[in-house]
Write a protein that binds this ligand. Structure first.
Ligand SMILES: [Zn+2]
Ligand SMILES: [Zn+2]
Length: 248
């Protein structure tokens, strides 16, 4: 195992994580681009959530910002590794340490905390003076695509990357559950920015689906700015009356 408590180990760990994140971005982005945007799009045409088309000129800047975000997320991952080796996190490896029931509970709990963290900061990032510096880059994509999923200003990427190192100091989480969470974070980032609704028709009215955020919900945020600040779930947008009226 790489000793990230030493400078060389920290740099090597950051480099490896950066490569993993970049490969993840391009593999997910390319596959989704190929399925939804290239060639036979007619199958998905009825699921398109924007009336306008994604502009090719967005691609270069979205990739550039996403590379900067990936570097910041890689540093954050190395910091988390450093915290773990120093005993500053509650990440654990013994499956039975907190009981089997705790494994799914910890996943949902951390996702709910992440929702609250993101919702609050997202509302703050929409204050005009903050927005111009921190959040405008993400909203430069008026029409989103898989390539928008990690297109953030470095300051926003730093704000986002602080969540896991902080929450894992107070909430115990098994290392494998953490990997599942990272996968959910990745997939939801791509699904929300895809520009095509992948959930079944009427899913947003379904008793389960109405609590989950997808491309339609997040597209309304990119179109209208003042609604739909949530990350995974809709409950905070509902509680604080920031959910866009349906149909808009
Ligand atoms: Zn926003
Ligand atoms: Zn977005």
């Amino acid at each position: 195992m790489i000793d990230v408590t030493k400078t060389e180990g920290f740099l090597l760990g950051t480099l490896i994580l950066f490569i993993i994140l970049v490969v993840r971005y391009f593999v997910f982005g390319a596959v989704l681009h190929w399925v939804f945007f290239a060639g036979k799009t007619s199958r998905w045409a009825s699921r398109k959530v924007y009336s306008r088309d994604y502009e090719k000129k967005q691609f270069r800047s979205e990739v550039a910002w996403s590379m900067a975000s990936s570097l910041i997320f890689a540093i954050s991952g190395a910091v988390l590794g450093w915290q773990y080796l120093k005993g500053y996190t509650l990440i654990y490896l013994d499956w039975g340490l907190h009981g089997w029931w705790y494994l799914p509970v910890s996943l949902v709990l951390v996702m709910v905390l992440h929702e609250a963290y993101y919702y609050l900061l997202h509302r703050w990032m929409h204050i005009p003076s903050v927005y111009r510096i921190v959040h405008k880059v993400h909203h430069d994509s008026h029409v989103t695509s898989p390539w928008t999923a990690f297109s953030f200003h470095p300051l926003e990427a730093v704000i986002q990357s602080l969540f896991l190192p902080l929450v894992l100091m107070i909430v115990p989480m098994h290392a494998v559950v953490l990997l599942v969470l990272l996968m959910i974070m990745t997939v939801s980032g791509f699904i929300n920015h895809l520009g095509y609704e992948v959930y079944p028709e009427g899913f947003d009215k379904h008793p389960l689906g109405k609590w989950l955020i997808g491309a339609t919900h997040h597209a309304r945020h990119h179109k209208q700015f003042r609604y739909n600040f949530g990350l995974y779930f809709t409950f905070l947008d509902r509680a604080f009356h920031t959910e866009a009226p349906s149909g808009k």
